[in-house]
Design a binder for this molecule. Structure first.
Ligand code: SF4
Length: 955
């Protein structure tokens, strides 16, 4: 019988036409999230991209960017062949060359540097996802001048987190989406961890959890939050410290949690003027001391029977005084200057709102605590029958990070979490493996070495005190970006935004070759864009040679930076190569699983291009770098990146991928090389995950089961607790150096700055670029859901969503300035002036203007039509931002960056706006049109899909 209502004569309706003849799994690269995708192929062409429902990151969810990967692959901006510059730098005049010539040229330049002084190579990468390889390559080459883009993106977040709780937000931890009842976001945009956050927000909304977004702009996640706090940019730290003030005042902190898992009870030496003032009092075994309330005596903080006091002055064994760090903390934040009434005007958040938020946090944490009946054992052998949860989760991102006070703001947020007992407890923020790390994290930055020598360790690392800085006997920086110097001591991700300016000034020295990958440094990745272009083309007046003698650049597309390169190594798209999303780098773990993934080529390149990672390995072998050649001098990885992914071991049994290790693929984490490892990944849809045992899923910092599992997986060498650091002794060591104590001291001119900003407890200070002198408005960017940096704004589909950007102004503020919707306005900062169109709105802080990030394009770049909106009406705020702060006494200019980490302070920008008197009809400044290398013809309409359409029936 046919189904009811279906006439027998009706043919069945085909609802699911096969659209492809092949489906391949791989990993998306249209943003940093790394979702699993299924690429449907027909006749060898990409037909359709679908989210992989089995993938741990996205569970089938695919965003607009991910779908538009098709047009990324079909972009007319794709480079086709290696290029050698023939005209002046910056004009875009090239000759196509063969790969042998390209690699030979690179080897000639790089080989000469390595034989003379390896640090004359500055090797910096942008948004790549292969830093485990690129960092290792730099180490083998022997240059300290290496970093990726983190210094201008997130290092405040990373460093503050790692030095405070041994982990961080971003994609290294996640809210407990299943149990959180209250989710507080600070400055979160829609890129990193994009789909997991969207999926998670859906869960929270479905369960009725409260979502609060603190952000000057109500877009993206803020638009769907239950409460939007339209804060003044750069004042989040003050808001958080005021929340802490309120919690302390009400006595709403988790004292048990603080006493057990943080350094709150550790006694701090109070001996003003002494070399160890402000350091922890330690016993004979160097372990910190606490006061045991039960036994009424000093005991080791690690004593499992201790009942530590959180307050009270104690007499130390040497007769001096010590106070628990919690007491110092409470004294500081109970000060009336942190009262809601005292911070309301500065933050733009009413005092009543701050009080209510604090009360809500306290209520959820302590009145709605949850209990998970899961026994567990801590590292001190104490058995716990259940897990207590404080169901408040926090998440913070670049809106916090990209300020000159971002490090302390990030620390303040972690402090708030700890006071509520809301780090890795049920319902709160949760670490993702391999985190948490020990505090301070292991691995110090490598010091420069001599000619032809590899570095002793990776170039980037985590200083544990002034002795680990990369400075000479006079305190002068040893890196070109001045990372790990007194100007940016904890610059764990380097300072990419300073490299070109410093190289041009030969400060601290000259370099020979700037080698960049995926870093659009002549445009949207640079502060002071016009100035940076000048620096890239600057010549030594004495010799006429370029100040930066050689620039090698690798990119898949004709981005603005290509025109400034002398040698261009064309990369593939992400759908044409192998990649490794490694636990050594930026893994895709979640709080219950360790996970990693690969990309596999789903189509073959139709151009003479090569994956950058292959090229790097090839260069390593040609340069005979240790680790890239076998004992007989032949290439160690003749199969290039796939060969390296499988066969490289960073230490015995530990390689780039954790899954299917061991000769037969039966081991995970640690195991011998498995020649079939990549095949096993492909069979498993290109990802692997290993499950954390149930008893190890919370309290990971002190959970024996987790830490043992983590050691077995090769993530750590020892099972020892990670003590959360409310009070940072490490910062105090730098402060003591500034006071003249210790072996390595800052030069006199830096002492005041180090003394001020290396405060062991978080504090708030106004961002360096203040609004005085007639620049009353904050100016910031947001990243749209549909785009990720400059890749997206040349994508034929995504351009239809955001083809231009406008300057968004609060409606009331615009009225005061006499500006109407669509008016051309002149925007001035201390550094520059741009002319753009205005758009009025309500959902923005009244003292803030903003625009979408990286949509403006330089005419001629990206193979866009000359009249494209991106270059005619799009614009960058970058023109208004200086990479340096104004001169201080003596004329020296510090970086426009956080003084602790060197994080670029993009969001400190202040501007003035006026209605433009003579609107030019296009955004300004406009730069000379870039010449174009041989790129494919640019159709006026880029069509996709015609070739897949079945022939239409004839008339
Ligand atoms: S969130 Fe990012 S990685 Fe995931 S589908 Fe979208 S663009 Fe791709």
């Amino acid at each position: 019988m046919p189904p009811r209502g279906t006439a027998e004569r009706d043919p069945p309706v085909a609802t699911n036409h096969p659209i492809a003849d092949q489906v391949k799994f791989t990993t998306c690269y249209m943003c940093a999230c790394r979702c699993g995708i299924k690429v449907h192929l027909k006749d060898g062409g990409i037909r359709y991209i679908e989210g992989n429902r089995d993938h741990p990151v996205n569970r089938g969810v695919l965003c607009a960017k991910g779908s538009a990967g098709i047009m990324q692959h079909n972009s007319p901006a794709r480079l086709r062949k290696p290029l050698k510059r023939v005209g002046e730098r910056g004009r875009g005049e090239f000759r196509e060359i063969e790969w042998e010539e390209a690699l030979g040229t690179a080897v000639e330049w790089l080989g000469a540097i390595r034989a003379r002084d390896p640090k004359r190579l500055a090797f910096f990468t942008g948004r790549d996802q292969s830093q485990a390889l690129t960092g290792w390559w730099a180490q083998q080459f022997g240059t300290v001048n290496y970093a990726a883009h983190g210094g201008f993106c997130s290092v405040n977040m990373a460093a503050a987190g790692l030095y405070t709780i041994g982990g961080s937000f971003w994609e290294f931890g996640e809210p407990d989406w299943e149990r959180t009842k209250y989710f507080l976001m600070f400055g979160v945009a829609e890129d990193h961890d994009s789909n997991p956050i969207k999926i998670g927000l859906g869960k929270l909304k479905g369960r009725g959890a409260k979502v609060v977004s603190v952000n000057p702009i109500r877009t993206g996640y803020s638009a769907i939050a239950d409460e939007w706090i339209g804060i003044r940019p750069g004042t989040d730290g003050l808001l958080v410290l005021s929340l802490i003030h309120e919690l302390l005042r009400a006595g709403k902190v988790d004292a048990d949690y603080l006493a057990r898992y943080t350094n709150a009870p550790w006694l701090v030496i109070d001996d003003e003027g002494a070399a160890d003032h402000g350091l922890f009092a330690r016993g004979t075994d160097r372990g910190a001391l606490v006061w045991d309330r039960r036994r009424e005596r000093l005991v080791a903080a690690s004593d499992p029977d201790a009942l530590p006091a959180l307050s009270g002055e104690r007499r130390l064994p040497d007769g001096r005084r010590g106070v628990p760090s919690f007491e110092l903390l409470a004294k500081r934040y109970l000060d009336p200057r942190y009262a809601p009434e005292a911070v309301a005007a500065e933050t733009s958040v009413p005092a009543a709102t701050i009080k209510r938020l604090a009360a809500e946090l306290a209520h959820v944490a302590f009145e709605e605590a949850i209990v998970v009946d899961q026994p567990w054992t801590d590292t001190r052998g104490r058995h716990h029958a259940r897990m207590i949860g404080r169901p408040i989760a926090m998440h913070a991102m670049r809106g916090i990070s990209a300020h000159s006070n971002g490090f302390h703001t990030c620390r303040a947020i972690h402090l708030l979490q700890m006071l509520l007992g809301a780090v890795d407890t049920p319902g709160s923020f949760r670490y993702e493996p391999p985190f948490p790390r020990l505090i301070p994290p292991s691995g110090k930055p490598a010091a420069p070495v001599g000619a032809g020598t590899p570095l002793a360790s990776p170039p980037l690392g985590f200083p544990q005190g002034p002795e680990d800085l990369l400075v000479d006997a006079d305190g002068k920086a040893l890196r070109i970006d001045k990372a790990f110097s007194w100007e940016a001591p904890l610059a764990a991700h380097g300072l990419l935004h300073l490299v070109i300016a410093n190289a041009c000034k030969r400060d601290p020295y000259e370099i020979d070759t700037l080698f960049l990958y995926m870093a659009n440094m002549s445009w949207n990745s640079a502060m002071n864009t016009a100035g940076t272009m000048d620096m890239l083309t600057a010549r030594d007046p004495a010799t006429g040679a370029y100040e930066i003698p050689h620039i090698i650049y690798s990119d898949a597309y004709y981005s603005e930076m290509v025109a400034y390169a002398d040698l261009v190594l064309p990369d593939t798209t992400y759908l044409e190569r192998y990649d490794c999303i490694s636990l050594m780098d930026r893994p895709i773990s979640n709080a219950d699983h360790a996970a990693d993934a690969i990309r596999q080529p789903v189509v073959k390149p139709d151009r003479d291009v090569r994956p950058f990672q292959d090229v790097l390995i090839d260069l390593g072998a040609r340069l005979k770098l240790p680790g890239f050649v076998a004992a007989d001098g032949r290439p160690k990885y003749p199969g290039f990146y796939p060969d390296y992914i499988v066969n490289h071991e960073r230490k015995p049994g530990v390689g780039p991928l954790a899954g299917w290790r061991g000769a037969n693929g039966g081991q995970q984490g640690v195991g011998a090389v498995n020649p079939r490892q990549l095949e096993r990944y492909v069979e498993n849809q290109c990802f692997w995950q290993g499950e954390i045992p149930p008893e190890g899923r919370y309290y990971k910092f002190a959970n024996r089961a987790y830490l043992e599992w983590s050691r077995e997986m090769g993530f750590r060498d020892h099972v020892e607790p990670v003590v959360l650091q409310l009070y940072s002794e490490l910062l105090q060591r730098f402060r003591l150096a500034a006071r003249g104590h210790g072996r390595v001291l800052p030069p006199p001119e830096h002492r005041e700055r180090v003394e001020k900003y290396f405060d062991p407890l978080p504090f708030w200070y106004a961002p360096f670029e203040g609004g005085g002198d007639g620049y009353p408005l904050h100016a910031i960017t947001q990243r749209p859901m549909a785009m990720y940096h400059s890749w997206g704004s040349q994508n034929a589909w995504l351009r239809q969503i955001h083809g231009e950007n406008l300057l968004h102004i609060h409606r009331a503020r615009a009225a005061e300035l006499g500006i109407a919707d669509g008016d051309w306005v002149a925007v001035s900062s201390r550094h520059g002036r741009i002319t753009v169109r205005a758009k009025l709105m309500d959902g923005v802080n009244r003292d803030t203007v903003w625009t979408w990030n990286a949509i403006g394009k330089r005419a001629g770049a990206w193979n866009l039509a000359l009249g494209a909106h991106e270059s005619k009406r799009g614009f960058l705020l970058n023109h208004l931002i200086s990479e340096l702060l104004p001169p201080r006494d003596g004329g020296y200019r510090y970086a426009n960056a956080d003084p602790v980490t060197g994080q670029a302070a993009w969001y400190d920008l202040h501007v003035r706006i006026e209605k433009a008197s003579m609107p030019a009809g296009h955004s300004e400044p406009a730069f000379a049109v870039l010449g174009a290398p041989s790129l494919p013809a640019r159709p006026s309409v880029l069509r996709y899909g015609d070739k897949f359409r079945p022939p239409r029936p004839g008339p």
